[in-house]
Design a protein around this ligand. Structure first.
Ligand code: SAM
Length: 215
């Protein structure tokens, strides 16, 4: 599995949380009201660490075993508590229904086919409590992964060799917020959304939508 290989080579270890996620947490979450939080697709645990340090009851999960173990070690080495689990499919998560107050899906669930991304939103809906919040990111138009991806069908790409770090990965790209709204339509209610762009290198523009939605 591509992600497993990335983590086993120590290729990615992100030290600091995403500033936009930090702002969303500050604006939309209070430790008492939003106790149970899932870091869905936790990677190397930068947001799990932040959440646990803010005393949220933090659950971290990923499809990569290496990722879960890196996150577990990261939190333990800092004396932080957390619960860790592995899943095989993001549309079949190992949690009870109506369980989480908040789910953070930072740069994770868009690594899906469009059909499976829809199923993942259904699954998020299932495990969120009523009034629970989803904070999620999605790849936006003009991101380098769009330019360096092969379009398979609407919104869906496979990373070409030239993406470097995304070769062979399947992901969804959204040219506008309307297509993201369609994903949550009839399930979650949009609270707000944002957008940002930055450059990894001058020819590698990174574009993301940030969606905050409520069950
Ligand atoms: C770019 S990393 C982001 C990690 C972390 N959320 C962060 O913001 O640092 C993407 C992570 O999503 C996981 N992932 C891959 N496919 C996924 C899917 N369909 N649903 C959820 N997570 C997925 C990968 O294993 C990887 O750890």
């Amino acid at each position: 599995m591509i992600w497993e290989r990335k983590y086993s080579h120590g290729q990615i270890y992100l030290e600091y949380p995403d500033e936009m996620i930090v702002r969303c947490i500050q604006k939309h979450m209070q430790p008492k009201a939003h106790s149970k939080v899932l870091d869905l697709g936790c990677g190397t645990g930068r947001h799990s660490e932040l959440l646990a340090s803010k005393c949220f009851e933090t659950y971290s999960c990923d499809i990569s075993k290496n990722s879960v173990s890196i996150t577990r070690n990261r939190l333990r080495s800092k004396g932080l508590n957390g619960k860790f689990s592995l899943f095989s499919h993001s549309w079949d998560l190992p949690f009870e229904s109506d369980f989480f107050d908040v789910i953070i899906a930072s740069h994770s669930i868009y690594y899906n086919t469009l059909k499976n991304l829809r199923r993942t939103i259904d699954e998020i809906y299932r495990i969120l409590k009523k009034d629970g919040i989803l904070i999620a990111t999605f790849i936006g138009k003009r991101d380098y992964r769009q330019k360096h991806g092969r379009l398979i069908s609407k919104n869906m790409y496979i990373g070409k060799e030239t993406t470097k770090d995304h070769k062979g990965l399947t992901y969804c790209v959204f040219n506008n917020i309307t297509d993201i709204r369609k994903l949550i339509d009839g399930k979650l209610m949009e609270v707000s959304y944002g957008y940002n762009e930055w450059y990894l290198e001058l020819d590698r523009r990174v574009c993301h939508w940030f969606l905050i939605a409520k069950k």
